[in-house]
Design a protein around this ligand. Sequence first.
Ligand SMILES: *Cc1c(COP(=O)(O)O)cnc(C)c1O
Length: 844
Amino acid sequence: MTASESTPEPTPQHSTSNNSAVATHPLALAPVTGPASTVDGFVRQFLRNLNYERGVPLSASSDNDRYFAFALTVRDYLVARWLEDLRRQRETQAKGVCYLSAEYLLGRQLDNDLLASGLTEIATEAMASCGIDIDDLRAQEVEPGLGNGGLGRLAACFIDSLATMSVPNIGYGIRYEYGIFRQTFEDGQQVEQPDAWLTLGSPWEFPHPEFARTISFGGHTETYDDEGTTRTRWVPAWNVQAVPYNYMVPGYLNGRVNTLRLWGAKATNSFDLRVFNSGDFQDAVSAQTQAETISKVLYPEDSTPQGKELRLQQQYFFVAASIGDFLDHMLAPGFDLENLPDRVIFQLNDTHPVIGVPELMRVLVDEKKLEWDAAWAITQKCFAYTCHTLLPEALEVWSVDLVGRLLPRHLEIIYRINEEFLAEVRERYGDDEIKIRNMSIISEFPERSVRMAYLATVAGSKVNGVAELHSQLLREKVLPDFNEFYPGKFTNVTNGVTPRRFMRLANPGLSELITEAIGTGWLTDLERLRELESYAEDPVFRKAFTDVKAANKRHLGEVLRVRDGFEISDGHMLDVMVKRLHEYKRQMLKLLHIVTLYEQIISGRVAASDVTPRTFIFGAKAAPGYVMAKRIIHLINAVGTVVNEDPRVEGRLKVLFPPNYNVTLAESLIPAADLSEQISLAGKEASGTGNMKFALNGALTIGTDDGANVEIRELVGDENFFLFGMSEPEVEALWAKGYKPTEFYQGDENLRRAMDLIASGAFSGGDKSVFEPIVSNLLYDDRFMVLADYSSYIAEQAKVDTAYADQDAWTHAAILNVARTGFFSSDRSMRDYIDRIWHTRPLL
Ligand SMILES: *Cc1c(COP(=O)(O)O)cnc(C)c1O
């Protein structure tokens, strides 16, 4: 490597001077304009793209050709706005938000971009005039699944909101070649298939290999004399290239387009060549493969961080590329770095990008030659940290050994940050060694490691949790010493979801109904849904609302029929639990409810005809290494097979588990749901965002007092929410007293019978061993107290049945859920971030 590596030229997006010679052509000086916004204009551009980009005539085009040409055409309309936005951001040098996130669970782009550009009708007509059904094009798109679940989807919602609110923003992340695995079932068990989302190419990305950045690893550090000052430099051992891929992030009908910049790893050419020239072709290829594994695949989320070296490589790779990109390309010539905090805030989405803190210090001190104290003052103002968890064991730590091996200079910097921080702690508390050990960024047990959450907390200007309860627990339980030490540093921003995707696109029927009632404008001002409250009293509106729900159920039925060969029975309540499979989310509790209803029927204790007809829908992926989660998936499928086929049930209970839950499926499922299951053990779900999507689409929630459920219930009112289970303090009290699951098992006949039925092998062809580990886990070793909340859950589900029997009252409550949950727009989350953390302004 590469001390001689020259700084890359500015990207075309940010260049100011270099291209002046080629930019003087009169035609190049004219503003960039998109194609004509007419059906003819669209068709012309579509055919041009088909011919010139795909190299085919319409008559010989494949489905993929047509999808590509169509997507490129939509893109063409947005590009002019994008270029204009970039120019204005460059010109004004307004403070921007760099959102650093290892995950973006984007979902399909086509419809979103059509909506944002207001082109849906023109495009539909244009395609029809070519004899093409736009739905066939939609179906071609493979969603980029560059995230695991809530955290990645949140990042996608946030960048949508920032664009819609005209706030300058770059989303930075990783362009994983393989996103979250595609889930299939074999004999009811999860099988993971690689998510080859790029096989047919992606029309949405703009690769810029010419602006690749060199990202270094390994080696050692040394000091040198720089005109009388002793400085440190890092002498790395190896490096990879980070290639930027740009994606447009259009705002909703506001003509604004922000940028999402994802980095792909490429082997460094010089490195390859050296090995190749030595004659070892195999080694040259394997070194290349090695380098490129960095962005090869998304890590499946585990609740416990694993000491995976590659994961730390991924984190440093994208963060170093992003920070370097911003400093090199977004600052005006001669920019004084002391003013960096007025120009940018780097928001850390969980601990994954926290290695960016020592990276910025390294750049400022070693490369830009700032004094340590000045650099630290800048760094502390340029970062803010969002914590997404409550499980203390899920806070990332990296062994000092690994960090030192991979990033030796960063380890030195972390040590110095810690030293100075602990000196402050000592100043305040004296030599309270316990305090010092508890607050140290370096922990000593079980091995010497870096606590990334602590580093982020020390470095961040603000630290936020993602719902009121979570932020409170963060202050009181997870990071109490830091809360005491840094008064005012901790704050809350309750999560939100974008109503463009999760209402307007996912639920066009409801959106139209809302617009008919309260007019337009609510999609960007979601609190206006309040105006629907009075409509809950209007029988005509209630009827229309019911009709929309029924149509959404039919649509879901059609989707599941085509996708999975499932059928949805008429007249069933749709009871939906979709989210990643995790013990803390307690899919097992839902399953025990189902097994209980089933057992009551087959034991003859309840007549099938007295059971409220329900279809239970699950959607959940389990992390491939999470054995218990995979067993639970197996059991859900096994119960489904038995229950669905047992004639004694008379078709009144059905269990459906469509595989591969993703954003696209969520968009069909959520608008059709009657009941939303949000049943985590209190104190475990930081926020949840699925809960918000359901409420906004008029499902009623059965839920614990956890995460954002608390705020949902406060807003919709107790009478429109099915609350059950222990509160967080009650959970704590039960642990303190001693949780004895067998007592709950003995104390509730329904529970005993349900558990015994599973243990009997009834769902595993008589083989008791298959699900025995689940049963014994619940009875002897369950950290998430499923059995403790069982009775309360079953009782509340009975109230759900009663409530559902009065359809008119149910609809009334459902409308109030929609009307009162406008707070959960991610636009509001963004406003809170801006007011409480970022202090940026829309670029008007
Ligand atoms: C919203 C969403 C999630 C998050 O769901 P939670 O219930 O909050 O865990 C996960 N996956 C997908 C595809 C989503 O759309």
